[in-house]
Design a protein around this ligand. Structure first.
Ligand SMILES: Cc1cc2nc3c(=O)[nH]c(=O)nc-3n(C[C@H](O)[C@H](O)[C@H](O)COP(=O)(O)OP(=O)(O)OC[C@H]3O[C@@H](n4cnc5c(N)ncnc54)[C@H](O)[C@@H]3O)c2cc1C
Length: 338
């Protein structure tokens, strides 16, 4: 229902995508390209807005629904401020997110959780081909998650190897470093994009409102300077900055709690970290560039469940990095190469 409301909102004309952190008042009515003032954005109110429908955002949304449904607690805070947490059952205190939930005032009330993702369909922006540690998924969804997920659960990791590649073309097999010993934890080789699509279906079944195709372009601040939601981007803006013939206005998603799960270097996350000094007294973040492709190889070269990691060539001795080959299951004899 929320998805329909958001799409309705996006289909209506109006104001500019806001740049930088915006006050709630600034979210409405400014001119596009200096022209006529546009009507305010449609406002959609939810308890929790999750920005980013990758593994982290979807897992968080699912967990919030589980906590809300199992305990009957909901976000019911004062307008414009953080809700106070009350304890209903002692045993659940370790599981509910602090400062996020308050005792439900109505029986059966539930947290409304919306997940926005700029990808047109869940998983479409997710880099595929990954070796994953499945234990968090088992904790979240139960031991039968792999059976429920079917092909999205990929294949168990059955063979792994670690090589040093020399520039001469030779290779040296090395022991697999402990953090990469996936067999011990029951690791699986998956298409992360398929897994995310399946997680999204689980989240939707749990009552999460999925809003694919919605990029959050700015954070809304309330009068006290606290994050109060996000705005989604306008589409169909012409080159001169004015609404084009297919213009559709973004919506204001107002939330009592906003969870940024944009992945690495998210645009809103970076701004929020800067504004609130969240990286103060922290070690600097480090980043590496990763390239990943999925190849379809001849059947006789395909060995589902095999993972190879490499260090060395083509990198020089001063550059940190390496490569991988993950043989996935399913159709197409796919190998993730990176
Ligand atoms: C080359 C490479 C290989 C990897 N291999 C592995 C592996 O083998 N095993 C493993 O466990 N991990 C691997 N990883 C890491 C793994 O991909 C990440 O840890 C994981 O995807 C992080 O999940 P996330 O949900 O935090 O972010 P992401 O997966 O990045 O998801 C973020 C989502 O948010 C959306 N989004 C971002 N900004 C906005 C916005 N403003 N509005 C709306 N939507 C937005 C994006 O479209 C995306 O769908 C690899 C990463 C790389 C780059």
């Amino acid at each position: 229902m929320l998805a329909r409301a958001a799409r309705r909102a996006a289909a209506r004309a109006a104001a500019p995508a806001l740049r930088g952190l915006s006050s709630a008042e600034g979210a409405a009515g400014a001119p596009h390209g200096g022209g006529t003032a546009l009507p305010p954005r449609e406002v959609i109110q939810v308890d929790v807005a999750v920005v980013g429908g990758g593994p982290a955002g979807l897992a968080a949304a699912l967990r919030l629904k589980q906590v809300g449904q199992r305990t009957g607690w909901v976000v019911a805070g004062r307008e414009g401020g953080w809700p106070r947490v009350e304890r209903k059952e002692k045993r659940r205190s370790a599981h509910h997110p602090p400062r996020l939930v308050q005792r439900a005032t109505e029986a059966g009330a539930d947290i409304s959780v919306a997940v926005l993702d700029k990808a047109a369909t869940p998983g479409a922006h997710t880099l595929s081909g990954a070796v994953i540690d499945p234990r968090p998924l088992a904790t979240l969804l139960g031991e039968s998650w792999a059976a429920d997920a079917g092909s999205a659960a990929g294949v168990p990791l059955t063979r792994d190897a670690f090589y040093f590649l020399a520039r001469s073309g030779h290779s040296l097999r090395l022991p697999v470093p402990p953090p990469m010993r996936g067999k011990k934890v029951g690791a699986r080789i998956v298409s992360l994009s398929e897994l995310v699509a399946w997680l999204a279906s689980r989240a939707e079944a749990a009552g999460v409102d999925l809003l694919p195709g919605f990029a959050a372009t700015d954070v809304i601040l309330d009068g006290g300077g606290a994050v109060a939601g996000v705005v989604t981007g306008d589409s169909g803006v012409s080159k001169d900055g004015r609404p084009g013939p297919r213009f559709a206005r973004g919506a204001e998603i107002r939330a009592r709690a906003t969870l940024l799960a944009e992945g690495c270097r998210g645009s809103l996350s970076e701004r929020v970290m800067e504004r609130y000094g969240l990286r103060r007294d922290c070690q600097p973040q480090t980043y590496a560039l990763g390239l990943k492709e999925v190849w379809s190889v001849p059947p006789d070269r395909h060995s589902p469940g095999t993972a190879w990691h490499t260090v060395g060539a083509p990198l020089d001795g001063d550059t940190y990095g390496g490569g991988f080959l993950y043989h996935m299951g399913g159709d197409g004899h796919r190998v993730a190469v990176g």
